[in-house]
Design a protein around this ligand. Sequence first.
Ligand code: PNS
Length: 161
Amino acid sequence: MRRAIYPGSFDPVTNGHLDIIQRGCKLFDEIIVAILINPDKTPFFSVAERGEILADVLKDIERGGCNVVVESFAGLLVQYAAERQANAIVRGIRAISDYEYELQMALMNRRLEPTIETVFMMPAETYSYVSSRLVKEVFQLGGSIEGLVPPVVEQRMREKK
Ligand code: PNS
């Protein structure tokens, strides 16, 4: 049983995140999508709302035989991953600019917990410029985010405005 943790803020989940989860499903039997509880940040959606939205949109994706679950965690990622007996941490890499930060985290995580591997996955090129931060910025400034996030995310964002 190969279990991976896919950690992140998911504020909000984008089509890029879903693309990575679908690709991860080809490699792992179970993926735990783990939302970071970060008291230092003021999010657009609360952790509970992000969890609800994720559970909702994950119902519609192609998963094969992979079990996808949504959880939240606080504290050290590797500690949480070890508690869940995960084999790997999945992170999406869009461009070289992501790589430097992701490499630092992967190596730090390896130092802290050598039994857990970090697996970098590339989303479809279509999503290579999509980030939660830009989605929020474009939305808040009145631009269209259609095609960048699942329709339910756009709907929930409109309701929050
Ligand atoms: O979606 P994000 O915000 O890029 O995700 C970042 C995340 C959640 C992967 C990272 O901030 C994290 O792992 N935080 C947990 C605290 C931790 O373990 N810090 C040490 C990382 S080397």
